[in-house]
Design a protein around this ligand. Structure first.
Ligand code: ADP
Ligand code: MG
Length: 265
């Protein structure tokens, strides 16, 4: 990978969905660059194209126009370098926690002992030591999402795409997981793109927050998170004296974007 180019890049990317009701523009000429090890969030009203942007970054389908680059090279399809984590943990109930966490490796046919050891280490890292032989039905929602995190990290992706991974969880579990995810990704030097509708979560976790405008998706505003907040764990960041001002700035942009209208669903 070329270290001088951004880890992820969108160059003039547009995406059109074609359905029975005709074609609709979901992403409109988007430009975005995410640096190595950077953590960014995408926020914006429902339907503004956040998930579509993640799908394009993951190479799930090609953009209608423009280029998607990973480490300076065009993305042509899904890659083990990019991990994807969703709101649903998608754990398989008949597999143990260990086997769920190792699912990505199994699918890729990566069965070496070192790979197996990494799964055990990751489970320990996310606070699940001792649960390896259990089944998903025996775990709480927060623990299940930790398994999903270990599963996503096991194939050693450079980039993590996170689509509202905490939104189904209770507030305090969600905050614990925000800290855990941020600390783990930082330690491993991963690049991350988080989609969330929770502005405080975006502000507390990210280096930079991208506010998207209403459909068709385009970038309305980029807000850099001040260093003083960035270096703190999310639960601590929320208590920082300048956190409220950051939150308010995001809130203003988000609401201005809503008012500018377009179709309301
Ligand atoms: P968000 O994640 O911000 O809520 P999405 O990226 O899911 O937004 O969707 C952006 C727009 O594209 C919406 O108008 C949505 O209805 C439309 N869309 C998303 N997926 C499809 C699809 N598979 N087929 C047709 N339209 C879609
Ligand atoms: Mg979405």
């Amino acid at each position: 990978m070329d270290d001088k180019s951004p880890m992820l890049e969108l160059r003039g990317v547009s995406h059109v969905y074609v359905g029975r009701k005709g074609a609709s523009l979901a992403v409109d000429r988007m430009e975005l660059a995410v640096g190595h090890g950077e953590f960014i969030s995408l926020v914006g009203p429902s339907g503004c194209g956040k998930t579509t942007v993640l799908s394009l970054l993951a190479g799930l389908f090609p953009p209608a126009a423009g280029q998607v680059l990973l480490g300076g090279k065009p993305v042509t399809g899904p890659s083990a370098k990019v991990g994807y984590m969703l709101q649903q943990d998608c754990l398989l109930p008949w597999r143990t926690i260990r086997d769920n966490a190792g699912l990505g490796l199994d699918i890729a046919g990566r069965r070496a002992a070192a790979e197996r050891n990494r799964v055990e280490m990751l489970l320990e890292e996310v606070g699940l030591a001792g649960t390896e032989g259990k089944y998903p039905g025996e775990l709480s929602g927060g623990m299940r999402q930790r398994v999903a995190l270990a599963r996503t990290l096991a194939p050693e992706p450079d980039v993590l795409l996170l689509d509202e991974p905490f939104s189904a969880l209770d507030m305090h579990i969600k905050m614990q997981l925000e800290d855990l995810v941020q600390a783990t990704l930082r330690k491993l030097g991963k690049t991350a793109v988080l989609v969330t509708h929770d502005l405080a979560e975006a502000a507390a976790m990210s280096d930079r927050v991208i506010v998207l405008g209403r459909n068709p998706g385009r970038i309305r505003k980029e807000i850099a998170v001040p260093e003083a907040i960035r270096r703190l764990a999310p639960t601590e960041a929320r208590k920082h004296p300048s956190f409220q001002a950051l939150f308010d700035a995001l809130w203003v942009e988000l609401n201005a974007g809503e008012r500018e209208g377009g179709s309301h669903e």
